[in-house]
Design a protein. Structure first.
Length: 476
Protein backbone atom coordinates (compact mmCIF):
# COMPACT_ATOMS: atom_id res chain seq x y z
CA UNK A 1 0.00 0.00 0.00
CA UNK A 2 1.20 3.52 -0.78
CA UNK A 3 0.25 6.52 1.29
CA UNK A 4 1.27 9.99 0.09
CA UNK A 5 2.14 12.90 2.38
CA UNK A 6 2.99 16.29 0.83
CA UNK A 7 5.25 17.37 3.68
CA UNK A 8 8.85 18.33 4.43
CA UNK A 9 10.65 18.43 7.78
CA UNK A 10 10.51 22.22 8.16
CA UNK A 11 8.99 25.09 6.24
CA UNK A 12 6.00 22.96 5.32
CA UNK A 13 3.84 26.00 4.70
CA UNK A 14 6.31 27.82 2.44
CA UNK A 15 5.25 28.89 -1.01
CA UNK A 16 2.12 30.83 -0.07
CA UNK A 17 -0.40 28.01 -0.77
CA UNK A 18 -1.75 24.95 1.00
CA UNK A 19 -0.60 21.59 -0.20
CA UNK A 20 -3.07 19.83 -1.99
CA UNK A 21 -17.60 -10.14 30.72
CA UNK A 22 -20.68 -8.13 31.36
CA UNK A 23 -21.20 -4.64 30.16
CA UNK A 24 -24.13 -3.91 32.47
CA UNK A 25 -23.78 -0.76 34.50
CA UNK A 26 -23.07 -1.24 38.21
CA UNK A 27 -25.87 -0.29 40.56
CA UNK A 28 -23.96 2.67 41.95
CA UNK A 29 -25.79 6.00 41.88
CA UNK A 30 -25.13 8.48 39.11
CA UNK A 31 -23.13 11.56 39.89
CA UNK A 32 -25.43 14.43 40.85
CA UNK A 33 -23.40 16.96 38.86
CA UNK A 34 -21.26 15.46 36.06
CA UNK A 35 -17.92 17.00 35.24
CA UNK A 36 -18.04 19.37 32.28
CA UNK A 37 -16.66 18.60 28.84
CA UNK A 38 -17.12 21.72 26.74
CA UNK A 39 -16.86 21.89 22.95
CA UNK A 40 -15.63 25.38 22.07
CA UNK A 41 -13.95 27.45 19.35
CA UNK A 42 -10.32 28.06 20.31
CA UNK A 43 -6.83 28.50 18.87
CA UNK A 44 -3.76 26.26 18.85
CA UNK A 45 -0.13 26.67 17.78
CA UNK A 46 -0.15 23.82 15.26
CA UNK A 47 2.41 25.15 12.78
CA UNK A 48 6.05 25.61 13.82
CA UNK A 49 7.09 28.69 15.77
CA UNK A 50 6.93 31.86 13.70
CA UNK A 51 3.55 31.04 12.17
CA UNK A 52 0.25 32.33 13.56
CA UNK A 53 -1.93 30.24 15.85
CA UNK A 54 -4.64 28.24 14.08
CA UNK A 55 -8.36 28.75 14.80
CA UNK A 56 -9.69 25.33 15.86
CA UNK A 57 -12.59 23.68 17.64
CA UNK A 58 -11.54 21.90 20.80
CA UNK A 59 -12.59 20.36 24.10
CA UNK A 60 -12.15 21.94 27.51
CA UNK A 61 -12.72 20.69 31.04
CA UNK A 62 -11.57 23.90 32.69
CA UNK A 63 -10.78 27.18 31.00
CA UNK A 64 -9.94 27.43 27.30
CA UNK A 65 -10.07 24.52 24.90
CA UNK A 66 -6.87 22.69 24.01
CA UNK A 67 -5.67 20.47 21.15
CA UNK A 68 -5.75 17.58 21.65
CA UNK A 69 -8.56 17.65 24.18
CA UNK A 70 -7.81 17.10 27.87
CA UNK A 71 -6.62 13.62 28.73
CA UNK A 72 -9.38 11.77 30.57
CA UNK A 73 -7.96 9.03 32.82
CA UNK A 74 -9.78 6.43 34.91
CA UNK A 75 -9.17 2.88 36.14
CA UNK A 76 -10.81 -0.12 34.53
CA UNK A 77 -14.26 -0.60 36.02
CA UNK A 78 -14.65 3.07 36.93
CA UNK A 79 -17.62 5.14 35.90
CA UNK A 80 -17.14 8.10 33.56
CA UNK A 81 -19.62 10.97 33.84
CA UNK A 82 -19.28 13.99 31.59
CA UNK A 83 -21.77 16.71 30.68
CA UNK A 84 -21.15 17.81 27.12
CA UNK A 85 -21.75 21.54 26.79
CA UNK A 86 -21.99 22.58 23.15
CA UNK A 87 -20.60 26.08 22.59
CA UNK A 88 -20.09 25.47 18.86
CA UNK A 89 -22.12 26.94 15.98
CA UNK A 90 -23.10 23.38 14.93
CA UNK A 91 -24.70 20.43 16.65
CA UNK A 92 -22.26 17.83 17.97
CA UNK A 93 -21.97 14.57 19.93
CA UNK A 94 -19.11 12.67 21.61
CA UNK A 95 -18.16 9.10 20.71
CA UNK A 96 -15.99 7.21 23.21
CA UNK A 97 -13.94 5.26 20.70
CA UNK A 98 -13.13 1.64 21.51
CA UNK A 99 -14.97 1.47 24.83
CA UNK A 100 -17.40 -1.47 25.06
CA UNK A 101 -20.07 0.85 26.29
CA UNK A 102 -23.84 0.94 26.86
CA UNK A 103 -25.46 1.65 23.50
CA UNK A 104 -27.29 4.77 24.66
CA UNK A 105 -23.96 6.36 25.68
CA UNK A 106 -22.05 5.56 22.48
CA UNK A 107 -22.49 9.07 21.06
CA UNK A 108 -23.03 7.88 17.48
CA UNK A 109 -25.45 10.58 16.37
CA UNK A 110 -28.05 10.15 15.02
CA UNK A 111 -28.20 6.37 15.59
CA UNK A 112 -27.83 6.21 19.38
CA UNK A 113 -28.70 9.79 20.31
CA UNK A 114 -29.91 13.01 18.78
CA UNK A 115 -27.16 15.51 17.98
CA UNK A 116 -26.71 18.12 20.71
CA UNK A 117 -27.72 21.55 19.33
CA UNK A 118 -25.66 24.70 19.94
CA UNK A 119 -26.15 25.95 23.47
CA UNK A 120 -27.50 22.61 24.73
CA UNK A 121 -26.04 19.80 26.87
CA UNK A 122 -26.01 16.00 27.05
CA UNK A 123 -24.97 13.85 30.01
CA UNK A 124 -22.75 10.83 29.32
CA UNK A 125 -22.64 8.22 32.07
CA UNK A 126 -20.98 4.85 31.52
CA UNK A 127 -18.50 2.32 32.86
CA UNK A 128 -15.11 1.79 31.19
CA UNK A 129 -14.72 -1.98 31.57
CA UNK A 130 -11.39 -2.59 29.82
CA UNK A 131 -7.93 -1.13 30.45
CA UNK A 132 -6.15 0.37 27.49
CA UNK A 133 -5.58 3.34 25.21
CA UNK A 134 -8.74 4.91 23.79
CA UNK A 135 -9.92 8.31 22.61
CA UNK A 136 -13.00 10.48 22.33
CA UNK A 137 -14.10 12.57 19.37
CA UNK A 138 -17.03 14.22 17.65
CA UNK A 139 -19.45 11.86 15.93
CA UNK A 140 -21.64 14.46 14.26
CA UNK A 141 -20.16 15.92 11.05
CA UNK A 142 -16.99 14.20 12.21
CA UNK A 143 -15.28 14.72 8.84
CA UNK A 144 -15.33 18.45 9.65
CA UNK A 145 -15.38 18.57 13.44
CA UNK A 146 -12.55 16.10 13.99
CA UNK A 147 -10.57 17.89 11.29
CA UNK A 148 -11.12 21.10 13.24
CA UNK A 149 -9.68 19.51 16.40
CA UNK A 150 -12.50 17.81 18.34
CA UNK A 151 -10.59 14.81 19.69
CA UNK A 152 -8.80 13.84 22.89
CA UNK A 153 -7.21 10.84 24.64
CA UNK A 154 -9.07 8.55 27.02
CA UNK A 155 -6.77 6.34 29.11
CA UNK A 156 -8.16 3.45 31.15
CA UNK A 157 -5.53 2.24 33.61
CA UNK A 158 -4.90 -1.41 34.43
CA UNK A 159 -6.70 -2.96 37.38
CA UNK A 160 -3.43 -4.44 38.67
CA UNK A 161 -0.09 -2.61 38.72
CA UNK A 162 2.13 -2.72 35.65
CA UNK A 163 4.26 0.44 35.64
CA UNK A 164 7.30 -0.01 37.86
CA UNK A 165 7.05 -3.80 37.97
CA UNK A 166 9.96 -6.01 36.84
CA UNK A 167 10.37 -5.71 33.07
CA UNK A 168 7.74 -3.00 32.76
CA UNK A 169 8.23 0.69 32.01
CA UNK A 170 8.92 3.23 34.71
CA UNK A 171 6.66 5.87 33.16
CA UNK A 172 4.44 6.45 30.15
CA UNK A 173 3.65 9.11 27.54
CA UNK A 174 0.40 9.56 25.64
CA UNK A 175 1.21 10.70 22.10
CA UNK A 176 -1.74 11.93 20.03
CA UNK A 177 -0.76 12.02 16.34
CA UNK A 178 -2.78 14.26 14.04
CA UNK A 179 -2.68 15.53 10.49
CA UNK A 180 -3.76 19.07 9.57
CA UNK A 181 -4.40 20.76 6.24
CA UNK A 182 -3.20 24.35 6.70
CA UNK A 183 -2.80 27.29 4.35
CA UNK A 184 0.14 29.70 4.21
CA UNK A 185 -1.23 31.63 7.20
CA UNK A 186 -1.56 28.43 9.27
CA UNK A 187 -5.38 28.56 9.08
CA UNK A 188 -7.33 25.40 8.33
CA UNK A 189 -8.19 24.92 4.67
CA UNK A 190 -11.97 24.84 4.89
CA UNK A 191 -12.81 22.50 2.03
CA UNK A 192 -14.32 19.91 4.35
CA UNK A 193 -16.95 18.97 1.73
CA UNK A 194 -14.41 18.33 -1.05
CA UNK A 195 -15.77 15.50 -3.16
CA UNK A 196 -12.33 15.09 -4.73
CA UNK A 197 -10.78 14.34 -1.34
CA UNK A 198 -13.71 12.14 -0.34
CA UNK A 199 -13.43 10.03 -3.49
CA UNK A 200 -9.67 9.54 -3.05
CA UNK A 201 -7.71 8.86 0.15
CA UNK A 202 -9.58 11.51 2.14
CA UNK A 203 -8.49 14.86 3.56
CA UNK A 204 -4.71 14.55 3.70
CA UNK A 205 -2.87 17.30 5.52
CA UNK A 206 0.51 18.98 5.25
CA UNK A 207 1.34 19.34 8.96
CA UNK A 208 1.64 16.49 11.44
CA UNK A 209 1.51 17.27 15.16
CA UNK A 210 2.31 15.24 18.25
CA UNK A 211 0.15 16.35 21.18
CA UNK A 212 -0.81 19.44 19.23
CA UNK A 213 2.77 20.55 18.52
CA UNK A 214 4.83 20.35 15.35
CA UNK A 215 8.12 18.49 15.85
CA UNK A 216 8.32 18.49 19.67
CA UNK A 217 11.28 17.18 21.66
CA UNK A 218 10.24 14.66 24.33
CA UNK A 219 13.22 14.06 26.65
CA UNK A 220 14.18 10.61 27.92
CA UNK A 221 16.66 9.74 30.62
CA UNK A 222 19.58 7.60 29.40
CA UNK A 223 18.67 3.93 29.78
CA UNK A 224 15.03 4.69 30.58
CA UNK A 225 12.19 2.33 29.59
CA UNK A 226 8.98 4.18 28.64
CA UNK A 227 5.52 3.11 27.52
CA UNK A 228 4.22 5.13 24.56
CA UNK A 229 0.46 5.26 24.05
CA UNK A 230 0.15 6.17 20.36
CA UNK A 231 -3.21 7.39 19.01
CA UNK A 232 -3.89 8.30 15.37
CA UNK A 233 -6.67 10.91 15.46
CA UNK A 234 -6.32 12.01 11.82
CA UNK A 235 -9.41 11.94 9.63
CA UNK A 236 -7.62 10.13 6.79
CA UNK A 237 -3.85 9.85 7.23
CA UNK A 238 -2.46 6.31 7.52
CA UNK A 239 0.67 6.61 9.65
CA UNK A 240 3.57 4.13 9.40
CA UNK A 241 5.52 4.95 12.58
CA UNK A 242 9.07 3.83 13.40
CA UNK A 243 11.45 4.51 16.28
CA UNK A 244 14.85 5.66 15.09
CA UNK A 245 17.62 4.84 17.55
CA UNK A 246 15.28 3.15 20.03
CA UNK A 247 14.57 -0.48 20.84
CA UNK A 248 10.80 -0.92 20.56
CA UNK A 249 8.33 -3.67 21.51
CA UNK A 250 4.60 -3.68 20.85
CA UNK A 251 2.44 -4.53 23.89
CA UNK A 252 -1.14 -3.54 22.93
CA UNK A 253 -3.32 -2.70 19.94
CA UNK A 254 -6.56 -0.72 20.19
CA UNK A 255 -6.35 -1.10 23.97
CA UNK A 256 -6.09 -4.90 23.98
CA UNK A 257 -2.82 -6.53 25.14
CA UNK A 258 -0.66 -8.51 22.75
CA UNK A 259 2.26 -10.73 23.66
CA UNK A 260 5.24 -8.33 23.57
CA UNK A 261 6.97 -8.44 20.19
CA UNK A 262 9.78 -6.48 18.62
CA UNK A 263 8.70 -3.95 16.00
CA UNK A 264 10.51 -1.74 13.55
CA UNK A 265 7.34 -0.06 12.25
CA UNK A 266 3.81 0.25 13.61
CA UNK A 267 1.15 0.96 10.98
CA UNK A 268 -1.65 3.10 12.40
CA UNK A 269 -4.75 3.74 10.35
CA UNK A 270 -7.09 6.52 11.41
CA UNK A 271 -8.54 5.77 14.89
CA UNK A 272 -6.09 2.94 15.59
CA UNK A 273 -3.88 2.88 18.68
CA UNK A 274 -0.71 1.07 19.68
CA UNK A 275 1.12 0.81 22.99
CA UNK A 276 4.87 0.48 22.45
CA UNK A 277 7.65 0.10 25.02
CA UNK A 278 10.88 1.89 24.08
CA UNK A 279 14.33 1.73 25.68
CA UNK A 280 16.46 4.84 25.51
CA UNK A 281 20.12 4.45 24.67
CA UNK A 282 22.55 4.66 27.59
CA UNK A 283 24.74 7.40 26.09
CA UNK A 284 24.19 10.83 27.62
CA UNK A 285 24.10 12.59 24.23
CA UNK A 286 22.00 10.01 22.35
CA UNK A 287 18.83 10.98 20.53
CA UNK A 288 15.95 8.84 19.36
CA UNK A 289 13.21 9.77 16.93
CA UNK A 290 9.56 9.17 16.24
CA UNK A 291 9.53 8.79 12.46
CA UNK A 292 6.66 8.90 9.98
CA UNK A 293 6.90 7.41 6.50
CA UNK A 294 5.26 10.08 4.29
CA UNK A 295 4.40 7.53 1.64
CA UNK A 296 7.62 7.41 -0.33
CA UNK A 297 9.50 4.88 1.78
CA UNK A 298 11.39 7.64 3.56
CA UNK A 299 11.08 8.97 7.09
CA UNK A 300 10.20 12.36 8.58
CA UNK A 301 10.96 13.03 12.23
CA UNK A 302 7.69 14.16 13.83
CA UNK A 303 9.10 14.09 17.39
CA UNK A 304 12.52 13.75 18.93
CA UNK A 305 13.60 11.81 22.02
CA UNK A 306 16.81 13.51 23.23
CA UNK A 307 18.55 11.98 26.23
CA UNK A 308 18.56 14.36 29.19
CA UNK A 309 19.09 14.07 32.91
CA UNK A 310 20.62 11.44 35.12
CA UNK A 311 21.12 7.97 33.65
CA UNK A 312 18.93 5.10 34.78
CA UNK A 313 19.96 1.50 35.24
CA UNK A 314 18.89 0.26 31.85
CA UNK A 315 17.54 -3.25 31.41
CA UNK A 316 17.70 -5.74 28.59
CA UNK A 317 15.06 -7.88 30.28
CA UNK A 318 12.11 -9.02 28.24
CA UNK A 319 9.20 -6.61 28.42
CA UNK A 320 6.60 -7.54 30.99
CA UNK A 321 3.24 -8.37 29.33
CA UNK A 322 0.26 -6.24 30.21
CA UNK A 323 -2.40 -7.82 32.43
CA UNK A 324 -5.00 -9.72 30.40
CA UNK A 325 -8.50 -8.26 30.12
CA UNK A 326 -10.07 -11.52 31.24
CA UNK A 327 -13.60 -10.55 30.18
CA UNK A 328 -13.60 -10.61 26.36
CA UNK A 329 -15.61 -13.61 25.12
CA UNK A 330 -13.81 -15.91 22.68
CA UNK A 331 -15.49 -16.39 19.30
CA UNK A 332 -16.77 -19.93 18.62
CA UNK A 333 -16.07 -20.59 14.96
CA UNK A 334 -17.61 -24.08 14.90
CA UNK A 335 -20.85 -22.64 13.49
CA UNK A 336 -20.70 -18.83 13.34
CA UNK A 337 -23.13 -16.41 11.77
CA UNK A 338 -21.37 -15.49 8.54
CA UNK A 339 -21.69 -11.94 7.23
CA UNK A 340 -19.96 -9.99 4.48
CA UNK A 341 -18.97 -6.38 3.98
CA UNK A 342 -18.18 -5.42 0.40
CA UNK A 343 -16.50 -2.03 -0.14
CA UNK A 344 -16.96 -0.41 -3.55
CA UNK A 345 -16.65 3.02 -5.14
CA UNK A 346 -14.22 5.89 -5.12
CA UNK A 347 -11.92 7.30 -7.77
CA UNK A 348 -10.21 4.91 -10.21
CA UNK A 349 -12.76 2.15 -9.56
CA UNK A 350 -16.25 3.51 -8.88
CA UNK A 351 -19.31 1.31 -9.30
CA UNK A 352 -22.08 1.05 -11.87
CA UNK A 353 -24.87 1.67 -9.37
CA UNK A 354 -25.79 1.61 -5.70
CA UNK A 355 -28.81 2.24 -3.51
CA UNK A 356 -29.09 5.56 -1.70
CA UNK A 357 -32.09 6.79 0.27
CA UNK A 358 -34.20 3.98 -1.18
CA UNK A 359 -33.30 4.66 -4.83
CA UNK A 360 -30.99 2.74 -7.12
CA UNK A 361 -28.76 5.33 -8.81
CA UNK A 362 -25.80 5.37 -11.16
CA UNK A 363 -22.37 6.58 -10.08
CA UNK A 364 -22.72 10.09 -11.57
CA UNK A 365 -26.06 10.73 -9.92
CA UNK A 366 -24.77 9.37 -6.62
CA UNK A 367 -21.75 11.67 -6.85
CA UNK A 368 -24.06 14.63 -7.49
CA UNK A 369 -25.59 13.83 -4.08
CA UNK A 370 -22.20 13.51 -2.39
CA UNK A 371 -22.15 9.70 -2.36
CA UNK A 372 -19.12 7.96 -3.88
CA UNK A 373 -18.74 4.83 -1.73
CA UNK A 374 -20.96 1.89 -0.80
CA UNK A 375 -21.15 -1.03 1.62
CA UNK A 376 -22.84 -4.08 0.11
CA UNK A 377 -24.26 -1.97 -2.70
CA UNK A 378 -25.78 0.63 -0.36
CA UNK A 379 -24.45 4.15 0.13
CA UNK A 380 -24.92 5.66 3.60
CA UNK A 381 -27.02 2.68 4.63
CA UNK A 382 -28.74 3.91 7.77
CA UNK A 383 -32.33 2.91 6.92
CA UNK A 384 -31.97 -0.77 7.85
CA UNK A 385 -29.32 -2.88 9.61
CA UNK A 386 -26.54 -4.51 7.65
CA UNK A 387 -27.24 -7.61 9.71
CA UNK A 388 -28.87 -8.71 12.95
CA UNK A 389 -27.29 -11.06 15.48
CA UNK A 390 -28.79 -12.58 18.62
CA UNK A 391 -26.95 -11.67 21.79
CA UNK A 392 -24.07 -14.06 22.47
CA UNK A 393 -23.78 -15.23 18.85
CA UNK A 394 -20.38 -15.45 17.20
CA UNK A 395 -20.23 -13.39 14.00
CA UNK A 396 -17.66 -14.10 11.32
CA UNK A 397 -17.35 -10.98 9.16
CA UNK A 398 -15.55 -11.09 5.82
CA UNK A 399 -14.59 -7.59 4.64
CA UNK A 400 -13.60 -7.27 0.97
CA UNK A 401 -12.12 -4.05 -0.40
CA UNK A 402 -12.69 -3.68 -4.15
CA UNK A 403 -11.52 -0.07 -4.19
CA UNK A 404 -8.20 1.58 -4.99
CA UNK A 405 -7.72 2.90 -1.43
CA UNK A 406 -7.22 1.53 2.07
CA UNK A 407 -10.10 1.75 4.55
CA UNK A 408 -10.03 1.69 8.35
CA UNK A 409 -13.20 -0.19 9.33
CA UNK A 410 -14.47 0.47 12.86
CA UNK A 411 -17.10 -1.57 14.72
CA UNK A 412 -18.76 0.26 17.58
CA UNK A 413 -19.39 -1.47 20.90
CA UNK A 414 -17.22 -4.51 20.20
CA UNK A 415 -13.66 -5.72 19.75
CA UNK A 416 -12.96 -8.43 17.19
CA UNK A 417 -10.25 -10.99 16.48
CA UNK A 418 -8.28 -10.94 13.22
CA UNK A 419 -8.82 -14.29 11.50
CA UNK A 420 -7.00 -13.67 8.20
CA UNK A 421 -3.49 -15.06 8.08
CA UNK A 422 -2.33 -13.06 5.04
CA UNK A 423 -3.63 -9.54 5.74
CA UNK A 424 -1.18 -6.80 4.74
CA UNK A 425 -1.73 -4.49 7.69
CA UNK A 426 -3.20 -6.76 10.38
CA UNK A 427 -1.78 -9.78 12.20
CA UNK A 428 -3.68 -13.01 12.72
CA UNK A 429 -4.96 -13.38 16.27
CA UNK A 430 -4.74 -9.70 17.26
CA UNK A 431 -7.76 -8.09 18.89
CA UNK A 432 -8.89 -4.74 17.46
CA UNK A 433 -11.84 -2.37 17.20
CA UNK A 434 -10.60 -0.78 13.94
CA UNK A 435 -8.96 -2.75 11.13
CA UNK A 436 -7.06 -1.47 8.11
CA UNK A 437 -8.12 -3.20 4.89
CA UNK A 438 -5.91 -2.60 1.88
CA UNK A 439 -6.96 -2.31 -1.77
CA UNK A 440 -8.09 -5.62 -3.28
CA UNK A 441 -7.75 -7.31 0.10
CA UNK A 442 -10.19 -9.46 2.05
CA UNK A 443 -9.89 -9.31 5.83
CA UNK A 444 -11.75 -11.81 8.00
CA UNK A 445 -12.62 -11.04 11.60
CA UNK A 446 -14.75 -12.68 14.29
CA UNK A 447 -16.43 -11.39 17.43
CA UNK A 448 -19.10 -12.33 19.93
CA UNK A 449 -22.12 -10.04 19.61
CA UNK A 450 -22.52 -9.66 23.36
CA UNK A 451 -23.37 -5.96 23.62
CA UNK A 452 -27.05 -5.28 22.83
CA UNK A 453 -28.13 -2.33 20.74
CA UNK A 454 -27.76 -0.69 17.35
CA UNK A 455 -24.08 -0.31 16.55
CA UNK A 456 -22.44 1.65 13.76
CA UNK A 457 -19.91 0.15 11.39
CA UNK A 458 -18.07 2.58 9.15
CA UNK A 459 -14.82 3.62 7.54
CA UNK A 460 -12.78 5.87 9.83
CA UNK A 461 -11.42 7.80 6.88
CA UNK A 462 -14.17 10.18 7.92
CA UNK A 463 -14.68 11.67 4.46
CA UNK A 464 -15.33 8.12 3.22
CA UNK A 465 -17.86 7.63 6.01
CA UNK A 466 -19.66 10.85 5.14
CA UNK A 467 -19.81 9.98 1.43
CA UNK A 468 -21.26 6.50 1.76
CA UNK A 469 -19.18 4.09 3.87
CA UNK A 470 -21.44 3.74 6.88
CA UNK A 471 -24.05 1.36 8.17
CA UNK A 472 -25.11 -0.40 11.35
CA UNK A 473 -25.81 -3.80 12.82
CA UNK A 474 -28.28 -4.85 15.49
CA UNK A 475 -27.51 -7.05 18.48
CA UNK A 476 -30.86 -8.24 19.86
Amino acid sequence: MTFSLPMTRRGVLAGGAALAASLTRPATARAATPSILRAVPSTAQLAPDGYPATPVWSYATDGAGIVPGPELRVKAGDRITRRLVNDLPQSTAVHWHGIRIDNAMDGAAPLTQAPVPPGKTFDYDFVAPDPGTYWYHSHDRGYEQVARGLAGPLIVEDRTPWLGEDGAATREMTLVLDDWLLNADAALVENFDSLHAASHAGRLGNTVTVNGTAYPDLPLRPGERVRLRLINTATARVMPISFGGLRARLIALDGHPVAPRAVDTVLLGPAQRADVVIDAASAQDARGSLLLDPGNGGAVEVAGFPNQGDPMAGTQDDVRPLPAWGNLPTPDLADPQRETLLMEGGAMRGFSEATYDGETLGFRELASRGMVWAFNGIAHGMDAPMFRAPRGRTVHLSMTNRTAFAHAIHLHGHHFRIESKTATAETHGDIRDTALVGPDETLEVAFVADNPGRWMIHCHMLEHQQSGMMGWFDVA
